[in-house]
Design a protein around this ligand. Structure first.
Ligand SMILES: Cc1ncc(COP(=O)(O)O)c(C=O)c1O
Ligand SMILES: [Zn+2]
Length: 423
């Protein structure tokens, strides 16, 4: 069984521990991150629900086993939550499609056996990949509650969940919270509005608009208010690894699925997987899942010129063997106002930069900063040629492909993830 090890101070946290959200030595700055220990076992069972098919590789499941739950009970738990998700969100967790896209490949002049494979996350729970990160946290909470390990005695005294987000993560979190009948506080920017807020309201989330306050330190005010809630006892239902390490657990399901789907096509390596990076958890865990499936695929982490803190970190941290210990030398809030059509990846810090760089180094990948014109081009090209209705945030990985296209052979095999359904 694996557990977690802090990338910053090397502290170990057992897989059997309740609430392994943050490193015990973290002192409020979130400059520690618990990374999942490597394991050479990768066990896959045949099941449409990834949280059942891949459960044995996940830390929420290993937590259940370590504390005396049976495997059958874990399966029943996943199915029970999934049924409830279907009632509030329309769909439960299923394997999302990975398809070779010929019109898209032709448009970018790729030739057989090369081309573009697209993983479509737009029909995932909540319309994006975000629910994958959150489900592993929710399962951990339910396991703890059912085994009587959680500090609350009864579901009626559950602490609230909390998340900071302006879009897809908030919708995913509120969908899961509604299914679980668990109260949730969502911290959103002052300017958020429209369909997202309507959806959150319909899901019963408690919405808090966060204006910057004069005494606030630098950084996103929604993150500051979220951390205050967590300090006051809320559960960090977060898609950022330094806030809750378990989000990096479930995020791997996308990579494991891709690994399985590529293996069915007898593909064991890609020339690149392009992933749009905001907070960074998605790229890190997707790529980690691919590596664990035995697929060699350089991770190309894509940011936009309007907000590219990971690119700065990549430039400086490569030469620093102990980069996580020198956190603020490599990662600090983007100074100017972040701006892009891909507004869901404008996180002013790449919170999961340590996990991202680990995967970029492991896979011989890179960070690419796409021009805004490429972000706009990608937002039109990808939906038109694939008929997948992804938002400009969810097509931003394609902007990285456009930026690097001239460096790839026509027969190169590449993959992108389209996510975040257009609302
Ligand atoms: C559709 C979509 N793709 C990608 C991302 C990036 O994920 P992460 O913040 O984990 O880097 C987001 C995050 O908001 C998103 O909504
Ligand atoms: Zn630590």
């Amino acid at each position: 069984m694996s557990g977690f090890t802090c990338a910053t101070c090397a502290e170990k946290v057992s897989v059997a521990a309740f609430a392994p959200w943050r490193c015990p030595n973290e002192n409020g700055d979130r400059h520690h991150v618990l990374l999942i220990d490597e394991s050479d076992q990768h066990i896959v069972e045949s099941h449409p629900n990834p949280f059942i098919a891949f459960r044995r590789n996940m830390l929420w499941w290993q937590f259940a086993m370590a504390n005396g739950m049976t495997d059958e009970q874990t399966i029943t738990l996943v199915q029970r939550i999934d049924d409830a998700i279907t009632k509030v969100g329309g769909v439960g967790f299923v394997t999302t499609p990975l398809t070779y896209q010929s019109a898209f490949s032709d448009e970018l002049s790729f030739e057989s056996p090369g081309g573009i494979w697209v993983k479509d996350e737009t029909h995932n729970v909540g319309g994006s990949q975000k629910a994958r990160h959150l489900m592993s946290i929710l399962l951990h909470l339910f396991v703890a509650e059912e085994l009587g390990i959680a500090p609350w005695a009864h579901p009626s005294s559950r602490p609230s969940l909390a998340i900071s987000s302006c879009g897809n993560a908030a919708i995913a979190a509120s969908t899961l919270a509604a299914a679980a009948k668990w109260p949730i506080d969502v911290f959103i920017p002052e300017w958020a509005g429209g369909v997202v807020v309507e959806t959150l309201t319909a899901l019963g989330a408690r919405i808090h608009r966060c204006a910057r306050q004069s005494q606030d330190p630098p950084g996103d005010p929604t993150v500051l208010r979220f951390r205050e809630a967590v300090n006051n006892g809320s559960i960090p239902f977060s898609v950022q690894g330094p806030e809750n390490a378990l989000c990096l657990d479930g995020g791997r399901t996308i990579g494991w699925e891709m690994g399985q789907q590529l293996a069915h096509e007898n593909i064991s390596e890609l020339d690149a997987i392009f992933v749009q990076v905001g907070g960074g958890a998605f790229a890190a865990s997707l790529s980690r899942g691919l590596s664990e499936s035995g697929i060699a695929a350089p991770l190309v982490a894509v940011q936009t010129e309007g907000c590219a803190p990971l690119s700065r970190a990549w430039n400086t941290a490569q030469a620093d063997a102990k980069s996580a210990q020198h956190w603020t030398q490599h990662m600090w809030p983007w100074e100017s106002e972040p701006v892009s059509l891909a507004d869901g990846i404008l996180d002013d810090e790449t919170y999961d930069w340590v996990a991202d760089l680990a995967q970029i180094q492991r896979t011989n990948g890179q960070v690419v900063v796409a021009r805004e014109s490429e972000v706009i081009h990608a937002s039109q090209l990808a939906p038109r040629t694939t008929s997948i209705s992804a938002s400009p945030t969810g097509t931003a990985g394609v902007a990285g492909l456009l930026a690097l296209r001239s460096q790839l052979a026509n027969t190169a095999r590449v993959a992108v993830v389209l996510s975040g359904i257009r609302r």
